[in-house]
Design a protein around this ligand. Structure first.
Ligand code: GLU
Length: 484
């Protein structure tokens, strides 16, 4: 296999949203291929008709597009091994299932649902007793002629063991006696995942199967299918589970109770696709010989290798994602950032607010775009005033000293015609100098009066520019009357 071009795939079932764990699988599979100039396939596994969710395929396509995981073959783009949607490949599975029936590795099974039910134990777990393994050719033909429903089962060896080497977990071995004769083709003519993904991986030339470790122990069965067909087995790369932190400090499989778990929800919460990709790239993989944390997709393609994969479960940490996101937001060029921030401000702020300026002040201060709403609550409404905010040790201010400043400055500010930061700053600075006051003390009084909260994005004059003349002066008048 050494000099063969590496080919990987992502094979999601369109059963709902795009779970972060699935996205990580897609990313690692893609990176493995691209780190070695290989090809990456997208295949939609929709043979379990009961679990299909309308629109889920579009969500998958959209997610891959937004994250920059582009596939060389797949739905929409096509390719030489298509179709890439399993429900369009039913004939192929039938043909290959029949090949295994002909070679004795599979057989028709006519057992009724009632009979299968009776094989279940008290816990409702059923084995299969191989009842139809030895039906004669005549019996089979008679049943088929009578139109009896049937499935096709894989005939497992009764003795020996089946082993394979997983790139992450090492040797995996199972006693064949533990394997039941699993269904390959269902009565409705659809194949099972257990069968058709093997046929597809082979026909599509997949060399490396990257997927979640829930398939670790069923892979021996898939290896037996490769062996039965006489095909070379692929290389297996099973990925550890993604966990979430529980309230009690323990961890459990990442699920909704930990927070947003789908790519769409994280995006809706204001996380940037690049930040999400960067963060999840590190959830189970780390670069060799470096502590690098920030990666563009191109850098990931260069740095990725299977040796960096970990087999211990990775814990999804929302705080860490927020940190990544804040760094990505800071790095955004101002115009792109404004494109995302302004529509949010447009929805919540009145027309008199200088939203561009406000967005600018928030640029380095938010960790997610969804933070904007809370961060500007002091702009969209006049918060309850806490007069102790006027007291500041460093600037030696008190409510009394602030009242004096506000009263002095009100007429000076009323006279300002060009309401911008520089003008306002000059006016307040001159006033401070004329009264031999510290500029800081003057700014403090005005900032608290205008913002009505202690911590603000931006200083007194910047905030006055955001509020505009009328609202700023109204707030100062209100502060004066409260202090009096
Ligand atoms: N359709 C399977 C799933 O979504 C794919 C597993 C695999 O990659 O083989 O879990």
């Amino acid at each position: 296999m050494a000099d063969k071009l590496i080919k990987t795939r992502f094979a999601p079932s369109p059963t709902g949203f795009m779970h972060i764990g699935n996205l990580r699988t897609a990313l690692y599979s893609y990176l493995l291929a691209k780190s070695q100039e290989g090809k990456f396939i997208l295949r939609i596994e929709d043979t379990d008709q009961v679990r299909l969710v309308e629109g889920a395929t579009d969500v998958i396509l959209k997610t891959l597009e937004m994250t920059g995981i582009d596939y060389d073959e797949g739905p929409v783009v096509g390719g030489e091994n298509g179709p890439y949607i399993q429900s369009q490949r039913l004939e192929i599975y039938r043909e290959y299932a029949q090949k295994l029936v002909d070679s004795g590795h599979a057989y028709y099974c006519f057992c009724t649902p009632e009979r299968l039910e009776s094989l279940k134990d008290d816990k409702g777990i059923g084995g299969y007793d191989g009842h139809c393994r030895s039906l004669s050719k005549e019996e089979i033909e008679k049943n088929l002629a009578e139109g009896k429903p049937y499935v096709i089962r894989q005939r497992m060896p009764d003795t020996g063991t089946t082993s394979y080497f997983d790139q992450v977990y090492g040797e995996v071995s199972i006693d064949n006696s533990e394997l039941r004769d699993q269904v390959m083709m269902k009565a409705d003519g659809y194949p099972t995942y257990n069968f058709c993904h093997v046929v597809d991986d082979y026909l599509m030339g997949v060399t490396h199967v990257v997927r979640g470790n829930e398939y670790l122990t069923s892979t021996p069965k898939y290896c037996l299918l490769y062996d039965a067909f006489g095909w070379e087995r692929p290389c297996y790369v099973h990925l550890p589970l993604l966990m979430g932190k529980d309230e009690d400090g323990n961890v459990s499989k990442l699920s909704k109770r930990h927070g947003a778990v789908s790519f769409q929800d994280l995006v809706a919460d204001g996380y940037l696709p690049e930040a999400i990709v960067n963060y999840i790239a590190l959830l189970g993989w780390c670069p060799k010989d470096s502590n690098q944390e920030f990666f563009t997709m191109d850098e990931l393609k260069k740095a990725f290798s299977m040796e960096g994969l970990s087999k211990s479960p990775a814990v999804f940490d929302y705080e860490k994602l927020r940190w990544f996101n804040s760094e990505y937001i800071k790095k955004m060029p101002e115009d792109l950032y404004q494109e995302k921030a302004l529509p949010i401000l447009d929805e919540i702020c009145g027309d008199n607010v200088n939203k561009k300026k406000l967005a600018e002040l928030l640029h380095s201060r938010i960790s997610a775009f969804s933070d904007i709403k809370d961060s500007v609550a002091f702009v969209t409404s006049r918060l309850d005033m806490d007069s102790s905010l006027y007291t500041n040790k460093k600037n030696k201010t008190t409510p009394e000293s602030c009242l004096e400043v506000l009263k002095d400055c009100l007429p000076l500010l009323e006279a300002v015609s060009d309401w911008n930061n520089d003008q306002l700053f000059a006016v307040l600075k001159d006033y401070a100098a004329s009264k031999e006051k510290k500029a800081g003390a003057v700014m403090w009084a005005i900032r608290i009066a205008v913002a009505r909260q202690g911590i603000t994005p931006g200083g007194a004059t910047e905030l006055m520019e955001v509020f505009g003349k009328e609202e700023s002066l109204d707030r100062i008048r209100l502060a004066i009357s409260e202090l009096e």
